[in-house]
Design a protein around this ligand. Sequence first.
Ligand SMILES: Nc1ncnc2c1ncn2[C@@H]1O[C@H](COP(=O)(O)OP(=O)(O)OP(=O)(O)O)[C@@H](O)[C@H]1O
Ligand SMILES: [Mg+2]
Length: 358
Amino acid sequence: MTPDEIREKLKEVKYPGFSRDIVSFGIVKEIDVDATRTQVRLAIVTDNRDVALEIVQNVELVLGGVEGLPPLDLVVEKPQAGEQAAAAEKQPERGPKGVPGVARIIAVASGKGGVGKSTVAANLAVALAKAGNRVGLLDADIYGPSVPTMFGLAEDERAGSDEEGRLIPIERHGVRLVSMGMFVSDGAPLIWRGPMLTKALSQFTWDVAWGELDYLLIDLPPGTGDVQMTVTMQIALDGGVIVTTPQDVALADVERGVEMFQRVNAPVLGVVENMSFHVCSGCGREAHIFGDGGGKRMAEKFGLPFLGAIPLLRGIRENSDAGVPTVVSEPDGDAAQAFLSVAERLVLSLPGKEVGHA
Ligand SMILES: Nc1ncnc2c1ncn2[C@@H]1O[C@H](COP(=O)(O)OP(=O)(O)OP(=O)(O)O)[C@@H](O)[C@H]1O
Ligand SMILES: [Mg+2]
């Protein structure tokens, strides 16, 4: 094995607690192989002994498994105090970060646009709030924000800021809202390029006075491109929800959504099938215009929980357009019940400790 191959192999070792590997963190310095030994120099910039130990053990484990490799000679350098600070400055830990005060962060994604992701995110947020949770909703769709419309914010309603200069979310129906729509007037052209976009997103996430939250839901823009990757890589997500419709095309997109979350090691909490069946407003009969049970089958195929099906109802769109999500405006209707039961299953699907109420 050449030093380059060994370096490649070492990418299997993740920095403890992060989805990124130790090579991309710059921890692997020199690699030197001769007939008698394989020398690997690691520079571990941390005062946390457990982290250092875990890295060393995993390096031994990974290289120990390579057949025919001369015995490992691992040299761990600890950078000098000054050097260490400089290195830390140059290489901030770029793994995902949590949001202080926020217990759970859940991203709502879809492989393609128009499947009702924002509608589902809004109603889930309200459903969780109704159950007594402190909830925030971040509209990360900076090209086509829908939170202002769906929550009936006045056109000139803008987010204020506190004395530390952080944005103060606008609260509606018990949900603390932050959306790009609060910063630009309707119809203003938004042209964002990579770095600006990343900056805007991190401002919307971290420079916000969210307060204490049980849940922060993030309404991602449709698809699995740059913005979605930025969000999923920067923010330590507790999980993702994938919204789909029953058509085959949409189901193929689920796969991409699943892959996106897998790449950043965020668990997929489940699949919601929206516009699942049509309920006739005259006779009340259900019609499965797009086919039946597709979302459920897809969830099963990926071994994911199926969180539920939301009917296709004119009222859902009308309520969204009127700025009062269905869960609030028609709390006893079938649609609201469907959203509430999805919220309940979502909470149950979260790994680990239970924080909120379903
Ligand atoms: N279950 C439903 N029944 C009826 N109309 C719905 C339903 N779900 C969503 N809609 C309507 O479909 C349209 C698209 O929904 P929404 O904006 O939530 O989708 P999206 O996936 O967030 O779209 P985008 O890709 O633009 O972000 C909206 O007009 C919305 O009111
Ligand atoms: Mg949307």
